[in-house]
Design a protein around this ligand. Structure first.
Ligand code: PLP
Length: 397
């Protein structure tokens, strides 16, 4: 059994804060601060450009990719780090479409993160030629998979409600219909058990600044199933995805396997932070994380429903249908969240009316949940949110 007191000690959580937003930006792992400082001083500072070889910077995206891969059921050499998730969505979708040349339809759902939909829109506009983005309600995805679909582009866990798709079932249905699958694991990696190999997923992408705690702007990852890795043609054919980047040839030749999904210079400092952040996974298992996360979520749901009848649960009640976050609805959700943040309970708000709370046992325990419920109850009971300054929206909600 995981010692969650020990994992909690690995993170810096400011005094007086109950942090329920690790689903948006993970907190600072203490080791990341030291590792980045060391990378700056000893590698960048002392080794200068020779660090690309001497400190292993060039191999870092694949090395870290293997560690992230282990958390999503991906074998060594199938995951590589770099860029942002939006870029990785583009790469995965472009390659998947090219591997299914007879078809023109990308299927996604209205619960998908807007960036995924925008990226798909942009890519399909570039491809022209009758390509179509078909968006259905999340509950209708399964029945919408038919033999017109080239690729399904689905985010496993809904960023607003925490609703979770059945990856195995939808992937099987897609394959039976002759479609390929791209899964966005932004709210899954580090939050719950994922098995891209067991589910036979074609492409998967995700970010690391949420449950993997790499810090703001941390690099994304991309997984390509081994059966596609040497066939997938990179749409973003940057020099570091070339077979021989330092041959500086005038024409592009894709690198071997997953290496071809690299684009340009990797974010070395962010990768250093991520590498240190990943050490916490040596102390736990995804199964322990999931069990403890569900306990925290259910404690929160029960507490809030008992104390705050004004709030409506927006997340599925069934554990199997929910990721690692719990959302409630209220027309004044934004102001309520500001009142909570002012009292040290940090969650976030998603338009139009969603209060989001993320639960990871890596740094949260039952006392945090009880403390958050108590403060939320007070905010609601005494309408502490009803102030003009809490209703003025900041750029980031
Ligand atoms: C599901 C999902 N996909 C894509 C993105 C976009 O990620 P990025 O800003 O790293 O490109 C996010 C960001 O939160 C997300 O939650």
């Amino acid at each position: 059994m995981t010692d969650f007191t020990a994992t909690r000690a690995m993170f810096h959580i400011p005094d007086g804060v109950i942090y329920l937003d690790g689903n948006s930006l993970g907190p600072l792992p203490k080791a990341a601060e030291a590792r980045v400082a060391r990378t700056i001083r000893e590698e960048w500072g002392e080794l200068l450009i020779t660090a690309w070889n001497k400190a292993g910077w060039m191999a870092q995206p694949a090395r870290v990719g293997d560690r992230v891969g282990a958390l999503i059921g991906a074998g060594p050499g199938t995951v590589v780090m770099g860029d942002t998730l939006s870029v990785k969505v583009y790469q995965a979708l472009a390659s998947a479409l090219e591997l299914n040349p007879g078809r023109r339809v990308v299927l996604s759902d209205s619960g998908n993160f807007p960036s995924d939909l925008y990226i798909a829109e942009g890519l399909l506009r570039t491809l022209g030629d009758g390509y179509e983005l078909r968006i259905v309600a999340p509950e209708e995805v399964e029945q919408a998979i038919d033999d017109s679909i080239a690729v399904t582009l689905i985010t496993e866990v809904d960023y607003r409600t925490g609703r979770k798709h059945d990856m195995q079932r939808l992937t099987r249905k897609a394959h039976d219909a002759g479609a390929l699958t791209v899964w966005d694991l932004a709210h899954s990696a580090g939050a719950l058990p994922v098995d891209v190999t067991g589910c036979d997923v074609d492409f998967a992408v995700g970010c690391t600044y949420k449950y993997l705690n790499s810090g703001p702007g941390g690099p994304a990852f991309i997984y390509v199933a081994p059966r596609h890795a040497d066939r997938a043609r990179p749409a973003l054919s940057g020099w570091l995805g070339h077979e021989a980047p330092f041959a500086f040839e005038p024409t592009y030749r894709p690198g071997r396997g997953i290496e071809r999904m690299r684009v340009g210079t990797p974010p070395v400092l962010q990768l250093a932070a991520l590498e240190a952040a990943l050490d916490v996974w040596d102390m736990t298992t995804m199964e322990d994380i999931r069990t403890a996360s569900l306990e925290l979520q259910n404690r929160f749901i029960a507490g809030v429903e008992a104390a705050c009848p004004q709030l409506e649960l927006a997340s599925p009640r069934d554990d199997a249908m929910r990721g690692s976050q719990v959302s409630f609805r209220h027309p004044e959700g934004y102001a309520i969240m500001q009142a909570l943040i002012a009292r040290g309970v940090i969650g976030d708000f998603r338009a139009p009316d969603i209060l989001r709370f993320g639960f990871t046992p890596l740094f949260l325990g039952p006392d945090d949940v009880d403390g958050a419920v108590k403060i939320l109850a007070e905010v609601m009971e005494r309408s502490l949110w009803d102030r003009p300054d809490y209703k003025t929206r900041a750029a980031v909600t």
